[in-house]
Design a protein around this ligand. Structure first.
Ligand SMILES: *Cc1c(COP(=O)(O)O)cnc(C)c1O
Length: 371
């Protein structure tokens, strides 16, 4: 028996014909860079998310960097972000020349602890960059209120939160810009690298589009130096096909998350993820907190159940940020949970039987411990 952590093949076979046809079309028309397939996807994604503009870029890290740059973040600025995320979140801040200022996570929902933000705001603070981690919405309305109060930009990292909602509104549409990754393993994944920025701000959209394409307003009309970060036609065509299925896939992830929660409810050694009221958790990752995490992980591995850890170290504790001289106690919650978090298999095509098997094996592990 083997239960994969993510199985992209299972999804591909269900949409193979449409995908193959979409790719063939782009190739036969040689619409590789920009052009109609990119425009089609940008329009469809903007409309579905509820934003005025969508600008495709090469990946989710560039989406963050380009959005931060386009609102004017740069050297000497501080950007407040969260201690537990993938490194792109803080890396993109540093890439602009600004400094990431890390905030600990909340105990219940694993996102940025909003109560700790205001203490870190100084005259250098220019923006807040929250992450909707694991597909769970951050307390984005409260974060927005802080941004309004202190006149800060709000850029949402939605790489793990395609169509996650809070009070009926999609993640990515609360602030100045929302950034997305379409890395293959994300809820909406391309067949290579891809990303996008959404915004309602016409000027920001124009800046983003120019900066991501060598600062060109039109061909050979460079208003500034920019970078080369473009969504390509093949990826856009694939994403357009997959956009038609994302609601169905997210619904399945959400159901899987709830089933795991139900089945694990009576396992004392395991704390299951809580769901926020008035929100839709898209479960990019299903993350439990477990006693003897490493032992459980090794046991599941032996039983053919793949698991992962997101993330083994809080960002400020990485070698990359050693110069900031943080101590684990500066981020007590993130630091406590780093040794307890475990991501279980999660993808839409996972079956109920597989979920039950994973839970049985978790129970078996703790039974053997008790003997
Ligand atoms: C995946 C991810 C990114 C970066 O996306 P890429 O497309 O891999 O560059 C950024 N932030 C978070 C939280 C992510 O999970």
């Amino acid at each position: 028996m083997s239960i994969k952590f993510v199985d992209l093949q299972k999804q591909y076979v269900t949409i193979k014909e449409e995908i193959d046809e979409a790719i063939a079309k782009v190739v036969s028309e040689t619409a590789f860079i920009k052009g109609k397939y990119v425009e089609e996807f940008e329009e469809a994604f903007a409309e579905k998310i509820g934003a005025k503009h969508c600008i495709g870029v090469a990946n989710g890290t560039d989406a963050l960097f380009v959005a931060l740059d386009a609102v004017g973040i740069g050297r000497g600025d501080d950007v407040i972000t969260v201690a537990n995320s993938w490194i792109s979140t803080s890396e993109s801040i540093s890439l602009t020349g600004a400094n990431p200022v890390f905030i600990d996570i909340e105990e219940d929902f694993f996102n940025i602890d909003v109560s700790k933000i205001e203490d870190k705001i100084t005259k250098y603070t220019k923006a807040i960059l929250p992450v909707h981690l694991y597909g769970q919405p951050a307390k984005i309305e409260e974060i927005k209120a802080i941004c309004d109060k202190y006149d800060l930009f709000l850029i949402e990292d939605c790489a793990q939160a395609h169509f996650t909602t809070s009070n009926g509104r999609n993640a990515g549409t609360f602030g100045d810009a929302g950034t997305f990754s379409f890395y293959p393993g994300k809820n909406l994944g391309a067949y290579g690298d891809a990303g996008a920025i959404v915004t309602n701000d016409d000027r920001l959209a124009k800046n983003v589009r120019m900066f991501a394409n060598h600062g060109q307003l039109k061909k050979h009309d460079h208003w500034m130096e920019g970078i080369n970060s473009r969504l390509d036609g093949i990826q856009a065509a694939i994403l357009s096909v997959k956009l038609g299925y994302i609601d169905e896939w997210n619904k399945k992830r959400n159901e899987h998350g709830k089933l795991y929660n139900e089945l694990l409810a009576d396992v004392e050694e395991v704390q299951t993820p809580e769901l926020r009221d008035n929100s839709f958790h898209t479960f990019h990752l299903y993350v439990i907190r477990a006693d003897n995490r490493d032992g459980l992980k090794a046991f599941l591995d032996m039983k053919g159940v793949e698991t992962a850890i997101h993330y083994p170290n809080p960002l400020p504790m990485l070698q990359a940020y050693k110069h900031m001289r943080y101590k684990p106690n500066d981020f007590p919650v993130a630091n406590y949970y780093k040794d307890r978090i475990l991501s279980l298999p999660m993808y839409p095509e996972l079956t109920e039987e597989e979920i039950r098997t994973v839970v049985e094996e978790i129970k078996n592990y703790y039974l053997t411990l008790r003997l």
